[in-house]
Design a protein around this ligand. Structure first.
Ligand SMILES: [Mg+2]
Length: 314
C-alpha cells in the first residue's frame, strides 16, 4: 500500500467522529453541518522543520501538537469554538531517523489527537505527500463564534486597559512546543465581560500589541514593570544577558491572550480572576498612534515593536 493508503487506514481506525461532520475521510471532500446560523471562523498556519521545531531534537508528537495548537490559539484569539481541522503533511520521503514516512505521519497525528479531543475539534480531512525536503505541516482550523460574535483586533478604544493571561518570555526553552491554546479561557471572558479587542501573542508582546493598536487606529502604552515574566524569561536572561523584559517583549510563541477591555470591566475582571490562569494588567490604550512604554519612573517613551517577523507577506 502507498503511504496515503496506509495512513488513511490508520486514520479511519483512530480519528474520532463528530456530529458536526456529515462526511469525513473517504470522500473527495468533507461536509460539515450546522453553519447556517453562525459564520465559520477559519484560520490556517504552516509549520516547518528547522523553523518552528527541530524534528530530530524532539518527539514528533510535539510537532503535531504544536501545529494544531497554534491554529487553535488563533481561534481562541477570535473567541471562537473549534469545530474541525484539516491537516496537510509534506513528509520527508525516507521518514525521520528510524521512522518511515508513514510512521512519522501516524506519530504526528498521535500528537494532535489528545488536544483535538480535549477541545472538541474533529480532524475532518487533509492531504499527505512526500518529497525530498524537510517536514512541513499545514493545518486549517474552522471554528464558530458564540452569540457575542467574533472578538476582533480592531475594537480597542482609548482608556481601555490591556490585560494578558499567563506569563511571557523564554518560550524557546520548551513552552513553544507545549502550547496550551486559551480557547476555553477566551470564550469565558468574551461571554462574561464586554471585551473590546483581542489577539494571541504569537510573534512577541510588543509586535502583537502594536498590531492590535494599529488595527484599532489607536496607540498602546505598555507598563514594562507590570509584565508578568515567565521563569523561562529569567533563565534565558541569565544565560544570554538580555533582560527578562526584553524576552517577554520580543520572544513570542507564548500563545497567551492579550485583551483590550474598558476600564470598569477590566477592574472587575482583575478582581474576579475568573480563570485558573492569572490575568494581569500590562498597559492601556491611548488615542496617540504608536507603541509606548512606561519605565520604572513612570516616564512615557516610544517602544520598538520587537518580535518575530515572518518572511514574506504575513
Ligand atoms: Mg494570531
Amino acid at each position: 500500500m502507498s503511504i496515503e493508503e496506509d495512513l488513511i487506514a490508520w486514520l479511519k481506525a483512530n480519528l474520532p467522529t463528530s456530529p458536526r461532520l456529515d462526511i469525513g475521510l473517504g470522500d473527495d471532500a468533507a461536509v460539515l453541518n450546522g453553519y447556517c446560523e453562525s459564520n465559520p471562523v477559519v484560520t490556517t498556519d504552516m509549520l516547518t522543520d528547522g523553523v518552528d521545531f527541530v524534528l530530530e531534537e524532539i518527539d514528533p508528537r510535539q510537532a503535531g501538537h504544536k501545529a494544531l495548537a497554534v491554529n487553535l490559539s488563533d481561534l481562541a484569539a477570535m473567541a471562537a469554538k473549534p469545530v474541525a481541522a484539516f491537516v496537510s503533511l509534506v513528509l520527508p520521503r525516507h521518514g525521520s531517523g528510524k521512522l518511515s514516512a508513514t510512521e512519522l505521519a501516524i506519530i504526528l497525528y498521535e500528537g494532535m489527537l489528545p488536544l483535538a479531543e480535549r477541545l472538541g475539534i474533529v480532524i475532518a480531512g487533509g492531504d499527505t505527500n512526500t518529497w525530498n525536503g524537510l517536514l512541513a505541516i499545514s493545518i486549517t482550523a474552522i471554528g464558530e463564534t458564540t452569540s457575542r460574535g467574533p472578538l476582533k483586533r480592531s475594537g480597542a478604544q482609548p482608556g481601555d486597559q490591556l490585560l494578558v493571561t499567563g506569563r511571557l518570555g523564554g518560550s524557546i526553552l520548551g513552552r513553544h512546543l507545549a502550547v496550551e491554546p486559551r480557547v476555553a479561557e477566551a470564550i469565558v471572558l468574551h461571554e462574561r465581560y464586554p471585551l473590546h479587542a483581542g489577539i494571541d501573542i504569537s510573534d512577541g508582546l510588543a509586535l502583537d500589541t502594536s498590531r492590535l493598536a494599529e488595527a484599532s487606529g489607536v496607540g498602546a502604552i505598555l507598563d514594562l514593570p507590570a509584565i508578568p515574566l515567565a521563569e523561562d524569561a529569567l533563565r534565558l536572561s541569565d544565560r544570554d544577558g538580555r533582560s527578562a523584559i526584553e524576552h517577554a517583549l520580543g520572544d513570542g510563541e507564548d500563545f497567551e491572550l492579550m485583551l483590550s477591555v474598558p476600564d470598569e470591566a477590566a477592574q472587575k475582571l482583575l478582581r474576579d480572576q475568573p480563570l485558573s490562569v492569572l490575568i494581569t494588567r500590562i498597559g492601556e490604550i491611548v488615542a496617540d498612534a504608536g507603541l509606548w512604554q512606561l519605565d520604572e519612573s513612570g516616564k512615557r517613551m516610544p517602544l520598538a515593536p520587537l518580535g518575530y517577523q515572518h518572511q514574506g507577506a504575513k
